[in-house]
Design a protein around this ligand. Structure first.
Ligand code: FAD
Ligand code: UDP
Length: 392
């Protein structure tokens, strides 16, 4: 039977946004969901798989670290997975030295070559950041206001140039505001109350969320091959790129993509940490991931390991769009798409690609839970009322 015929809603994209809505609409509202993804797997960019050679869980689309301050999101996801007590720590290699990230008191002491107390470090950085006087409104100004120019030039400028290939004065300040700066020796990458990696891997979360007879998942299906066959008034959730939905009619939004160079290495431990960043311009990759370290609780083989070097570049039309660049030109284009999206009947745009927002996983889940309550509960209540009235 044509799966569209019995669907109460079509959801495009089986990432965190689409899967959360599918799960809620099926479980709470008892509605039939048709969930499609053009990829051959569920999970969106959070998809992971066991590497065939080493058995190590590989994050296919780059390092995914779960963290959230949002207890509702945490409790929701814990229905589908347990979390390990993994706390991420980052490192950065600058001129042959390894420094802890995010920038903390240890980074400051090591970089400036002497011991600082927290108060001394604050005074030092305040002196270095005093060149920014107004409200910083781009990445460069924001970074200098947070850490001062010497640390900016060592750890941020080169990394950001490789990651975005866009003038840091054109990039939004929020991109760098993601990283904490600490005047203590606390060296965890995130401040969030809830953190950990899913005990059975990321993909298992999606398998459990979608394990419901009311959800039909079809993989390898592109929305644009179905679009003209959709029944009238079928609600659609679209989590693909918003500019692609409107056939780029308002212009192409800027996206970054990432190439991963995987390598199985004959050692039990290649770098001693999950992620090491390389901000210097003479190294072409931005970071090296070593997947085994995301799950220290597992007993992986000890004679081999798998790593990935990450290279960022502009996304062309056939590339996976990963990061919204959101430069000023993009903001103007996006405003036009937002207007078009608001006027598009029966279509709800969501997720990182559908809203052109640099969302973390917990924010995608949180936004989907909110949309469920504010958009889909009322929508299906209204359609139920209309069909009850029709039967009377
Ligand atoms: P996605 O996961 O991108 O899912 C969208 C899905 O829609 C995709 O599977 C796509 O194939 C499908 N789709 C698109 N167009 C179509 C179409 N036309 N037809 C059918 N299907 C379509 N977040 C964190 O919290 N922590 C991290 O450490 C972290 N690291 C990241 C590292 C990288 C390199 C990247 C790129 C992202 C990272 N994220 C991280 C962000 C995380 O990936 C997103 O928050 C999350 O994937 C958003 O879920 P989503 O459902 O909005 O989008
Ligand atoms: N960043 C940097 N140096 C680093 C790490 C991050 O300059 O060593 C900047 C860079 O601009 C990056 C942003 O901070 O895009 C956000 O970093 P994060 O690690 O959160 O990026 P993601 O994991 O999403 O790629």
């Amino acid at each position: 039977m044509d799966p569209l015929a019995k669907a109460d809603i079509l959801i495009v994209g089986a990432g965190f946004y689409g899967s959360t809505l599918a799960e809620r609409i099926a479980t709470r509202l008892g509605r039939h969901v048709l969930l499609i993804d053009r990829r051959e797997h569920i999970g969106g960019n959070a998809y992971t798989y066991a590497d065939a050679t080493t058995g190590i869980e590989v994050h296919k689309y780059g390092a995914h670290l779960f963290h959230t301050p949002n207890e509702t999101v945490w409790n929701y996801l814990r229905r589908f997975t347990g979390f390990s007590d993994y706390r991420h720590r980052g490192f950065s290699v600058h001129r042959g030295q390894v420094y802890p990230l995010p920038i903390n008191l240890a980074t400051i002491c090591q970089f400036f070559g002497r011991r600082f107390t927290p108060d001394e470090a604050r005074v030092l950085i305040a002196g270095h950041s005093s060149e920014i006087t107004g409200t910083p409104d781009n990445l460069e100004e924001k970074a200098i206001s947070m850490i001062g120019r010497p640390l900016y030039e060592a750890f941020v400028r080169g990394y950001t140039a490789k990651q975005w290939q866009t003038d840091p004065r054109e990039l939004p300040a929020e991109v760098i505001a993601r990283l904490p700066v600490r005047f203590t020796f606390a060296d965890g990458y995130f401040n969030d109350r809830f953190q950990g990696q899913p005990l059975d891997g990321f993909t298992a979360i999606f398998e459990r969320m979608l394990d419901n007879p009311l959800i039909e998942t079809r993989l390898g299906v592109d929305f644009f091959s179905l679009k003209q066959h959709l029944p009238d008034r079928l609600p659609v959730v679209f989590t693909g790129p918003i500019d692609r939905y409107f056939d780029y009619s308002e212009g192409e939004l800027g996206w970054r993509t990432v190439d991963f160079e995987h390598e199985v290495v004959d050692t039990g431990d290649f770098q001693g940490a999950a992620v090491i960043n390389y901000p210097d311009p003479d190294t072409h990759f931005t970071r090296i991931l070593e997947f085994r370290h995301f799950n220290p609780e597992r007993s992986y083989q000890t004679d081999r390991t798998i790593i990935a070097r990450e290279y960022a570049r502009f996304a062309g039309p056939t590339d996976e769009p990963y990061y919204p660049i959101d430069a000023s030109r993009d903001r103007a284009i996006h405003a036009r798409y937002r207007k078009r999206a608001a006027a598009e009947p029966n279509v709800h745009f969501g997720g990182r690609l559908g809203t052109y927002k640099y969302l973390d996983m917990h924010q995608a889940v949180g936004a989907a839970l909110k949309a469920f309550e504010t958009v889909f509960v009322p929508l299906f209540a209204a359609s139920q009322a209309a069909s009850d009235a029709g039967q009377r």
